[in-house]
Design a protein around this ligand. Structure first.
Ligand SMILES: Cc1cc2nc3c(=O)[nH]c(=O)nc-3n(C[C@H](O)[C@H](O)[C@H](O)COP(=O)(O)OP(=O)(O)OC[C@H]3O[C@@H](n4cnc5c(N)ncnc54)[C@H](O)[C@@H]3O)c2cc1C
Length: 437
């Protein structure tokens, strides 16, 4: 199942440095605030700001220091992004390069691949998308049909991907494709760093109910990828993809990325943001709904309630207290992930479930605050349109990164030890599996 992972071939990402476990959130908070005071300058370009951020290690604090991070556990990395958010500045390059590709490469990439791909992700010079889902392979991701065939020192890729977020801005894709049809489905997949701007790649936008086209379908017809861009070894792609998926769940659950790109500076040359003043994006962010629920969201809703004059309403107060409680539970869940024996191995899945629940509650409480204005659209409405934007965006996170149902399957199988779903699909060669006509 997509995202219902095969624990036997799972490679667990061990990104953070255990030596960092003793650093306190207060210490990190003070260090980041001091750094921001000296580094933030709204008049420099987005590219210049991101170079500063990358050099400080705060662009991706969870990555090991050897590849440009700080080796922080996830809860401290969340502290870093909270401090950056509280200062109202532009955060690290948004999108799936920083969130997924860099951590995956840090675990599975060769030193050469890490040197080539990670620095431009950290300072926003390159943008990545995730070429995983296909029309016939979503939850059942291991059933994917896109094929990669070796031709000299290149693989030739043919197939179709769908729901590719940010594909229109990406110059690289995390591509998984079938390299062995005789092996069981989980064992014949390989993972590639795939150039998007090449002949044979056709990116077509798909419009969502937000009115925008955040994601795309991607048709691939005999495109090419050098064998040197195979990540983690031939036919080992399921293990590599599971690292990406585990990072995705934990990251989405802790409020990282995943939202729309409205008002956010987008990395890579295609979006055209790199040479604009970084201060421009602070203005845009003010009214943007990003899909991430953190301390900043609670603060915004509290201010909104005061503006509307309903901050004394007991149901509003109760709702805001509930959001605060959910955020605290989320924080403790992340802390448990680094607590040795108490860790359950499914904290990432729990974080994602908690995140999607919090997002739905944020939508409901936000709409309770703005009342009938929730039916209006645009920045000249209460909340600058942010609650309305969040409302139409809110079903997405329960689907991407593995649906809520799939997260619960994983928690039950891997966390609680309940039986796996029946069937011999884990041992049958891919070519003999029943397929959709
Ligand atoms: C906003 C958005 C952005 C996305 N971005 C990307 C992206 O950038 N890259 C990418 O590769 N994909 C992306 N996706 C795709 C996403 O990962 C898939 O939509 C998701 O994995 C579900 O797959 P599916 O849509 O094929 O649904 P299906 O797998 O067909 O599922 C349909 C329903 O059946 C349920 N179901 C399926 N199997 C089981 C089971 N075993 N047990 C219980 N219930 C089950 C599901 O929970 C769901 O409710 C995105 C999706 C969205 C909505």
């Amino acid at each position: 199942m997509r995202r219902a992972t095969d624990a036997s071939c799972l490679s667990r990402p061990a990104l953070y440095d255990p030596g960092m476990a003793d650093i306190s959130a207060e210490q990190v908070r003070a260090e980041v605030a001091e750094w921001v005071a000296g580094a933030w300058d709204p008049s420099i370009t987005v590219a210049e700001w991101w170079v500063r951020l990358a050099a400080s290690g705060y662009a991706a604090p969870m990555l090991p220091e050897s590849v440009g991070g700080r080796g922080y556990p996830r809860d401290l990395a969340t502290t870093v992004s909270n401090v950056l958010e509280e200062h109202g500045l532009v955060g690290p390059p948004s999108g799936l390069g920083l969130m997924l590709a860099a951590p995956t490469l840090a675990v599975h990439g060769s030193p050469e691949q890490q040197n080539e791909f990670i620095p431009p992700i950290l300072d926003g010079r390159s943008a990545w998308c995730q070429l995983f889902s296909e029309p016939g392979a979503g939850s059942d991701l291991a059933g994917l049909a896109t094929k990669a065939e070796l031709d000299g020192d290149e693989y030739v890729i043919t197939g179709q991907k769908v729901w590719t977020s940010g594909g229109q801005h990406a110059d690289w894709g995390m591509l998984i494709a079938r390299t062995n049809v005789d092996a069981p489905k989980h064992q014949g997949i390989s993972y590639f760093a795939f150039r998007m701007d090449q002949p044979g790649v056709d990116v077509r936008p798909l419009r969502e109910m937000t009115g925008r086209a955040m994601f795309n379908e991607v048709f691939i017809d005999e495109a090419r990828v050098p064998a040197a861009n195979l990540i983690g070894g031939l036919n080992n792609g399921w293990a590599v993809a599971n690292t990406t998926l585990m990072v995705e769940r934990a990251s989405l659950g802790s409020g990282g990325g995943g939202g729309g790109t409205l008002g956010i500076a987008v990395p890579g040359p295609i979006a055209g943001h790199l040479n604009r003043p970084v201060g421009d994006f602070v203005q845009l962010r003010a009214g943007a709904a990003t899909g991430a629920v953190g301390g900043g969201t609670l603060k915004q809703l509290s201010e909104l309630a005061r503006t509307v004059g309903c901050s004394g309403d007991p149901t509003v107060r109760q709702g805001l207290a509930e959001l605060h409680t959910l955020a605290e539970v989320g924080r403790w869940n992340l802390m448990r992930a680094r607590s040795g024996q108490r860790a359950t191995s499914v904290e990432g899945n729990l974080a994602k479930l908690l995140g999607t629940h919090s997002l739905r509650r944020t939508r409901e409480i936000g709409n309770h605050i703005i009342g009938a204005q929730g039916m209006l659209w645009g920045t000249d409405t209460l909340s600058n349109g942010a609650v309305q934007e969040l409302t139409v965006f809110s079903p997405g996170p329960s689907i991407y990164g593995g649906t809520d149902q799939i997260q619960r399957n994983i928690v039950s199988e891997r966390g609680l030890g309940l039986p796996k779903e029946p069937g011999n699909f884990r041992t049958t060669p891919y070519r003999d599996l029943p397929k959709n006509g």
